[in-house]
Design a binder for this molecule. Structure first.
Ligand code: GLU
Length: 290
């Protein structure tokens, strides 16, 4: 599955992977900013991947707005963007390679049949109950503790079999699950470093398990804080996170920068902001060795 796309050995390659369910907001800007800066201080590449696989959530035109927003903030990506909706053959072939090794199985359970929380109980692991047909497909998660370092949060461990159990790689609605496509894309694009929001820290162990089963090396990770509203909820499109003010780019950038734990930068323009931010990011995270 590794292709010509793979980065040359040791070369940093990062990405920003927004879901086009709406424009970027002050919350999603944090992940964009941190991934951009980290790629720049490592003299790496910064790729843009439009995660439009979850079609019911895609808002037509949001991808173009996101690109305009990034450009307005002087955040230029280094290669033509990719759209997950155009890569279905890749996901199918990854799935088929898992199926050929019996690492996935069909599951007939409906949401109502599953416990509201906790790991999948394994109902269909050894075959579908009589008279039932497969709805979704799950990965056979091997036993064991998954351990890794997060560059923001430090050492992490998760017993994936106990926490989530066999998780879904192909959904009951026929769509490829986020966990599958993200691992396949990061592998196929030769991503060496993932920098994204802390809401995905919990997915990382699952993605590492899946990557290993697909024979894909898993990138270094850094999960940056989420912006929260006064009630402590993650700012998201769903709860009407404030739109970004692009008429004052430096102000908008400084808000995200502060939320990442840095002091406001005095800058007259976005390029000036980035110069100062790069120096400060390099001082804090630039010596990172992968
Ligand atoms: N598309 C995901 C999101 O917008 C991010 C996926 C990732 O960075 O791994 O939340």
């Amino acid at each position: 599955m590794m292709s010509h796309f793979q980065g040359s050995e040791g070369r940093y390659r990062g990405r920003f992977a927004p879901s086009p369910s709406g424009p970027l907001h002050n919350g999603s800007l944090l992940a964009a900013m941190a991934s951009f800066l980290d790629a720049r201080v490592h003299r790496g590449e910064w790729l843009l991947r439009i995660e439009d696989i979850d079609t019911p959530r895609v808002v037509p035109g949001a991808d173009r707005i996101i690109m305009q927003q990034l450009k307005a903030l002087d955040m230029q990506w280094d290669a033509p963007p990719i759209w997950q909706s155009q890569r279905l053959a890749l996901y199918r072939s990854a799935f088929e390679s898992l199926a050929a090794r019996d690492q996935v199985y069909g599951c007939a359970c409906t949401r109502q049949e599953l416990p509201p929380e906790g790991a999948y109980p394994g109902t269909c692991r050894h075959g579908l109950p009589p008279g039932k047909t497969a709805r979704a497909w799950r990965l056979r998660v091997p036993p064991g503790i998954e351990r890794f370092q997060d560059r923001w949060h430090g050492p992490q461990e998760q017993d994936v079999a106990a926490v989530t159990g066999d998780f879904i790689v192909k959904r009951a609605d026929g769509l490829w699950a986020y966990q599958l496509v993200v691992v396949v894309d990061d592998g196929e694009q030769g991503i060496t470093h993932i920098v994204r929001g802390a809401d995905l820290l919990d997915s990382t162990a699952r993605q590492r398990v899946l990557a290993r089963q697909l024979g894909i090396p898993y990138p270094q990770v850094m999960h940056v804080p989420l912006l929260r509203d006064e009630a402590g909820r993650k700012l998201s499109k769903q709860n009407h996170a404030a739109a970004m003010d692009l008429s004052k780019p430096v102000h908008t950038l400084n808000r995200a920068w502060q939320a990442l734990g840095f002091d406001t930068v005095n800058a007259a323009s976005a390029p000036e902001f980035w110069q100062a931010a790069l120096n400060q990011w390099a001082a804090r995270y630039g010596m990172h060795q992968s």
